[in-house]
Design a protein around this ligand. Structure first.
Ligand SMILES: [Zn+2]
Length: 188
């Protein structure tokens, strides 16, 4: 196995100085100061004038950097809002799978479906009905003289009692579905 060459004292100090942020800054400044000196020597320009030239370039550079920074933040913001929009779209396009739940003091089980409302750009709850308390079939909501009833066609067919009185308001159930669905979306 090859053994690592031991580092010279100079390398070790250099590394230490470089790692130290103050040290590295001093070196950087030193290098930056050295470059115009060499440039001035080659081009035969006085040191002060070289700085003037650099100063002019720096102002231009400053604007370039400023534009780049602003551009970066605008781009980041755009990306974020695009991602948000994409999320919203996905939520909107995929038909919700939440189609059944228990509501109200009587713990009635309800089922529903969704239909895409292109005018409002969202899924609208449709065919919201309570399930038969005996067999769990979707009932038909009908208005009788003494109020709304949920009638089960299967129980009627089988010759059993088929009328449940509707104990919840449809609007309340619908609002609760929307509330619970929003919670599901929040959780992800
Ligand atoms: Zn039934």
């Amino acid at each position: 196995m090859k053994s690592k060459k031991p580092e010279s004292k100079f390398v070790r100090i250099a590394k230490k100085v470089w790692k130290d942020s103050v040290g590295s800054k001093i070196i950087s400044i030193g290098l930056i100061a050295l470059i115009p000196l060499i440039y001035g020597l080659i081009k035969d320009i006085p040191y002060g004038q070289v700085w003037e030239k650099i100063y002019n370039i720096e102002i231009r550079l400053f604007y370039v950097v400023l534009v780049l920074i602003i551009g970066y933040f605008i781009n980041r913001q755009l990306k974020r809002s695009r991602k948000k929009l994409e999320e919203l779209k996905t939520n909107a396009i995929i038909k919700p799978t939440y189609v059944e739940d228990v509501f109200g003091a009587n713990k009635t089980k309800w089922a529903w479906d969704y239909s895409w409302d292109s005018r409002m750009n969202h899924w609208a709850i449709v065919r919201l009905t309570p399930l038969c308390s005996d067999c769990g079939t979707k009932t038909d909501i009908v208005e009788r003289f003494d109020g709304f009833k949920a009638e089960c066609s299967k129980c009627r067919l089988d010759g059993n009692g088929y009328v449940d009185s509707l104990k919840e308001y449809l609007e309340d159930v619908e609002k609760e579905i929307i509330r619970r669905y929003d919670k599901i979306l929040e959780k992800g």
